[in-house]
Design a protein around this ligand. Structure first.
Ligand SMILES: Cc1cc2nc3c(=O)[nH]c(=O)nc-3n(C[C@H](O)[C@H](O)[C@H](O)COP(=O)(O)OP(=O)(O)OC[C@H]3O[C@@H](n4cnc5c(N)ncnc54)[C@H](O)[C@@H]3O)c2cc1C
Length: 376
């Protein structure tokens, strides 16, 4: 399966959207059912994302990227996720919580060595914060690091890591002292082949099947000094800011799933119109339009350089709920055909159900919003 030939110079958002749509319709949508059934993403589809330059979105050409702002990234993620959420999520994680934080917080030497291969897609990125016992409360991670003359030694394990086994570059977080809380956490770039890094298990999931989720284990993993990202002790701040950006990406992925669910719902209603179905389509259309507006607003706020924590939380919270709600209505309207294993509404509902959990649960978005709107 050949990837489309790159057309250098496409900077306009709608041109990027069209490019992503073309790739998704030709290569991804025909494979979506098999990706879900086999819980595996073919290498040809992942490697095919290189040609159009998707791995380098949001990275300036001076660092080997494709350029494009957050709205561009969101448009591409929506298009890919509308065809297969697994593909959208692989790219969202690679960009928003691995490549972009290294670009933002790295030294020029780190950008040269790490961002270039990530932006070209020769390397795939992952983000490893969650642990078997710690998710939302990230200040209390227990993966430890210690300094040695030859670098940092990491010990502990990370859970639910998207792209974990496939990734060449993992942005991982560890604490020098669990009792130090937020100030003990530092960020490290762990490269494939690092001694002492293992993949303990691949996790089977309800939805987003094909998007690999792994447990990673660090046993005296030796990370060189030059792979510390940002100042020591500032890792939690870095992780939280990456997650804020990541939420815009995940919201865009959820929007793509919501849109596909809406298409399935509308097609079923058009095939057999009733007043109840017309009303269901009208309600879903309203929800989808609101989700789109919120994703675009969050992306636009970020692009304008304005504070966007609230907008990102609102977009993530609403778009992930919208995907679940619209996919559930699509199942209702499709009737028995909609719940058959592999039918589009059934698959979309399972995919949608994961979005309220990843990159900050709905309750955590409510907590963030409550604190900013009401105060601590
Ligand atoms: C498919 C998938 C992919 C993922 N990919 C990654 C990845 O690439 N990298 C990574 O680091 N992590 C990843 N995660 C982990 C994800 O970010 C965490 O699952 C999520 O942050 C929640 O953490 P937890 O599972 O430990 O749940 P917990 O934090 O234990 O929460 C359990 C429940 O309690 C609620 N809760 C927790 N604290 C509060 C509170 N203070 N107030 C109110 N309610 C609260 C939560 O909302 C949730 O409902 C992934 C998860 C999934 C399912």
């Amino acid at each position: 399966m050949d990837a489309p030939v790159p057309d250098v110079g496409v900077t306009d958002i709608e041109a990027w959207r069209a490019r992503a749509h073309a790739y998704a319709e030709e290569f991804v949508r025909p494979a979506a059912e098999a990706i879900d059934r086999d819980d595996a993403l073919p290498d040809s589809i992942v490697h095919g994302l290189r040609g159009p330059g998707f791995f380098g979105l949001g990275v300036p050409a001076s660092w080997g990227g494709s350029g494009g702002d957050t709205r561009t990234v969101a448009a591409v993620l929506e298009e890919l996720s509308a065809a297969s959420a697994a593909v959208g999520v692989l790219l969202s994680v690679h960009l928003s919580v691995c490549t972009h934080p290294i670009l933002l917080h790295g030294t020029d030497a780190q950008r040269e060595r790490l961002v270039r291969p990530l932006a070209s897609g020769r390397a795939l990125g992952a983000f490893a914060l969650t642990e078997p016992g710690v998710g939302s409360d990230a200040a209390h991670i227990s993966t430890r690091y210690s300094r040695t003359p030859s670098g940092f030694l990491l010990n502990g394990s990370k859970m639910f890591i998207t792209n974990g086994a496939r990734a060449d570059v993992v942005l991982a977080f560890a604490t020098r002292d669990a009792a130090a809380g937020a100030h003990g956490v530092s960020a490290f770039v762990v490269e494939k082949g690092t001694r002492g890094v293992g993949t303990a298990q691949k996790l089977e999931k309800l939805g987003l099947r094909g998007s690999e989720t792994n447990e990673l284990v660090f046993q005296d993993a030796l990370v060189p000094e030059e792979n510390l990202l940002g100042p020591e002790g500032e890792g939690l701040k870095l992780a939280l800011s990456a997650l804020t950006a990541g939420r815009v990406g995940i919201a865009a992925c959820a929007l793509g799933v919501a849109r596909s669910a809406f298409d399935a719902l509308q097609a079923a209603a058009v095939a057999e119109p009733t007043d109840g179905r017309r009303s269901a389509v009208a309600g879903a259309f309203t929800t989808l339009s609101a989700a789109r507006a919120l994703v675009e607003k969050a992306a636009a706020e970020k692009d304008a350089g304005r504070p966007y924590v609230e907008a990102a939380s609102v977009a993530k919270l609403f778009a992930s709920r919208a995907a679940v709600e619209i996919a559930s209505t699509a199942v209702d309207v499709a009737g028995p055909a909609g719940v058959r294993r592999g039918a589009a509404p059934e698959r979309l509902l399972r995919d949608a159900r994961v979005f309220p959990i990843v990159e900050g649960t709905t309750e955590i978005q409510q907590l963030i919003l409550g604190r900013t709107l009401v105060g601590r």
